[in-house]
Structure formats: structure tokens, C-alpha cells
Design a protein around this ligand. Structure first.
Ligand SMILES: Nc1ncnc2c1ncn2[C@@H]1O[C@H](COP(=O)(O)OP(=O)(O)OP(=O)(O)O)[C@@H](O)[C@H]1O
Ligand SMILES: [Mg+2]
Length: 331
């Protein structure tokens, strides 16, 4: 597992100093996929690079499967880094070497004996669906194929942890999906622990078990996705279910109802309209599969305010739904 404790990192000095990591703590259990989201400059890449101590934090600790990475230097650190694979946005393949040679090169760097490299590289290319392309050169591959090579290379030395920094950002949506499905299946097959950075919430929804939101070097929210989406006022949940702001003339009461897990398929709105005899209007709705669970958010305008609205909200909450007021009412 990945255990990050109280990481701090400041670049520069004085008034120009940038606090890239501000007391960051994250635990990723073995075999889990953990996503870090946040705006440009939030500190995501800095965080990722501290995991294998390519970036040394000013203070705090990094522990991987019980090994205190921040306590290591030199040869011992290089050795420990072999249990960590990295995938990048721009693939970083060697242009003048074939695909097979690119993966073998990673094995050489990981000190795998010469005699084993060819077969191990071929095995990895097979795993990522490029069995017959070993002789091709990077320029002859599509972006998605290059990223498959990037993943094969990262996994060649059989790491226990995979770090991915915007691995799908340069890819179109369909290719992104196939790369994410590949990471997911490898995660399951090899029991790999994955820490990935993305600015795309679709990536989080598709493959992450847990996620954290970073702002100005700090983690402002983190948790299992199924918990996050049940948390009232969660910024992450709002980003997972973006709904447009209600128009001013809607109301007098506007509420957001979040469904998760078992409550998702109940005919909530029909029942609400019937039992409270209300003409509710649906202002927006989204239903998605998140972390293997059906989840969604519906925005409703109620034609009542005050106690009548509160009674509706109380009734919905009794059914296990998460209800937030956007307009009117008191939470
Ligand atoms: N080597 C460096 N020297 C000085 N400042 C740096 C260095 N690396 C990063 N920073 C600064 O630290 C902050 C965090 O940078 P980081 O690259 O971690 O952000 P990020 O969240 O990955 O952003 P993006 O989404 O754009 O990749 C930024 O303000 C950046 O300018
Ligand atoms: Mg970055």
C-alpha cells in the first residue's frame, strides 16, 4: 500500500515561494485505484513525484508496502524505486528504438538479466494488446498504442505500484476508455496499487475506487467514491455530477437529490408527486455508474416553501436520499 504522511514541499524562497504540498496525507490500500484531481498548479504532479522520491519532500514520510522511501538514498532508493512504475501524458518513448526495444530498455534499467528481457518484454506487449507490433517504431503507432507501450514499459519490471500522471489527457474519449479499461484489468489481474492524476472527472468515475481533491497544495477532500457521493456539500460530488445553476425564476424551493446504491432505482419522484400532491419540475438530472455503483443527482423545483417544503425534504431523507437546498429552505 501507499502511505503518504504530512508531506510538505515549498519551491523557492521569500515572497516568491510556492507551497506545492501543504501537509498532504493519503493512504491507498493495496490493490486500489486512487485518483487525485485538481486545477492546474494544485500540486498533483509534485505529489506523484514524491511517491518514488523523484521529488524529495521538505518534511513528511512516504511508505510503500512497509518500506520507508523517504528514509532511503542512493543505491537503496534506486532499488526500491523498481517497485514503482510510472506512466506520463506524453508517453516519453525512445523514437529510434522499436517498441520491443523500448520495453527491454526499461527492463535493462531495472537490472533484469539480459537473457530474460526479450521474453518479459514480449509478455508485457501481449498484456497491453500489442503482441504483433514489437518491431514497429513509436512514430508508426497511434497515440493510444503509444500509451499502451508506455504502460507495458511501466509494468515490465513487475512493480507493485503504478503512478500515472494524466496518462489519457492526450487521447480522444474512445481511446481514453480503452486505456482506462486496460489499467483497470491490469490492476485486478496483477493486484497493482494505482495512484493516478487526472483533470477529467470521467476518468475518476470510470476506474477509481477513491479520490482526493487538491487545492493550493492541500487535500481538501478525500474518500471512497461511494462515500463521497453521499456527502452533503461535497465539492468532489458536485464535480462528479455537474448540473447547471438554476434560473432565478425557478422556485420557490430548489433541491438536489443524490441517489447512490440501493436507492437509485426507486420511483422517488413519481411517489413524491403523488403522496405530497405536488407538481414538481425536474430541472436537471444525471445518472452514472461510479465505482461500480449506480448513482445520480436530480435537481427539482418544488412549488412550495417553508414547512411544506421541509416536510418533503424530511420524507426524502427518511428514504435514505441525500437532499440539499439550492434555493429556499434551511438545510
Ligand atoms: N521544479 C519546480 N520549481 C519551482 N516551482 C515548481 C516546480 N515544480 C512545480 N512548481 C510549482 O509548484 C506548483 C505545483 O505544480 P505541479 O506541477 O505539482 O501542479 P499540477 O497540479 O501537476 O498542475 P498541472 O495540472 O498543470 O499539471 C505550481 O505552482 C508550480 O509552478
Ligand atoms: Mg501536473
Amino acid at each position: 500500500m501507499i502511505e503518504l504522511r504530512n508531506l510538505r514541499k515549498t519551491y523557492g524562497h521569500g515572497p516568491r515561494a510556492v507551497r506545492a504540498l501543504d501537509d498532504v496525507s493519503i493512504s491507498v490500500p493495496a490493490g486500489e485505484i486512487f485518483g487525485v484531481v485538481g486545477r492546474s498548479g494544485a500540486g498533483k504532479s509534485t505529489l506523484l513525484r514524491t511517491v518514488n522520491v523523484l521529488e524529495r519532500p521538505d518534511s513528511g514520510t512516504v511508505t510503500l508496502d512497509g518500506t520507508l522511501m523517504t528514509g532511503l538514498e542512493g543505491g537503496a532508493l534506486r532499488q526500491a524505486r523498481r517497485s514503482v512504475g510510472m506512466v506520463f501524458q506524453h508517453f516519453n518513448l525512445l523514437a529510434n528504438r522499436s517498441i520491443q526495444q523500448n520495453v527491454e530498455f526499461a527492463l535493462e534499467a531495472a537490472r533484469v538479466p539480459r537473457g530474460k528481457r526479450a521474453s518479459q518484454a514480449a509478455e508485457m506487449l501481449d498484456l497491453v494488446g500489442l503482441k504483433d507490433r514489437g518491431g514497429a517504431y513509436p512514430a508508426q503507432l497511434s497515440g493510444g498504442q503509444k500509451q499502451r507501450v508506455g504502460i507495458a514499459r511501466a509494468l515490465a519490471a513487475k512493480p507493485r505500484v503504478l503512478l500515472s500522471d494524466e496518462a489519457t489527457s492526450a487521447l480522444d474519449p474512445e481511446t481514453t476508455e480503452s486505456i482506462l479499461d486496460l489499467i483497470r484489468s491490469i490492476n485486478r489481474e496483477l493486484k497493482l496499487t494505482v495512484l493516478l492524476i487526472t483533470h477529467e472527472m470521467d476518468v475518476v468515475k470510470r476506474i477509481c475506487d477513491s479520490a482526493a481533491l487538491m487545492e493550493n497544495g492541500a487535500i481538501v477532500e478525500q474518500g471512497e467514491l461511494v462515500e463521497v457521493i453521499r456527502t452533503p456539500g461535497s465539492k468532489l460530488a458536485a464535480q462528479l455530477f455537474p448540473l447547471a445553476a438554476p434560473a432565478d425564476d425557478e422556485g420557490p424551493t430548489v433541491i438536489d437529490i443524490t441517489f447512490a446504491g440501493g436507492t437509485a432505482d426507486r420511483p422517488v419522484i413519481a411517489r413524491l408527486a403523488r403522496e405530497h400532491e405536488l407538481d414538481v419540475s425536474i430541472l436537471g438530472a444525471t445518472v452514472e455508474r461510479i465505482a461500480g455503483t449506480q448513482a445520480g443527482r436530480t435537481r427539482l423545483a418544488l412549488p412550495v416553501a417553508g414547512e411544506a417544503a421541509a416536510a418533503v425534504v424530511a420524507d426524502l431523507r427518511r428514504q435514505g436520499l441525500i437532499v440539499e437546498y439550492l434555493k429556499g429552505g434551511a438545510a
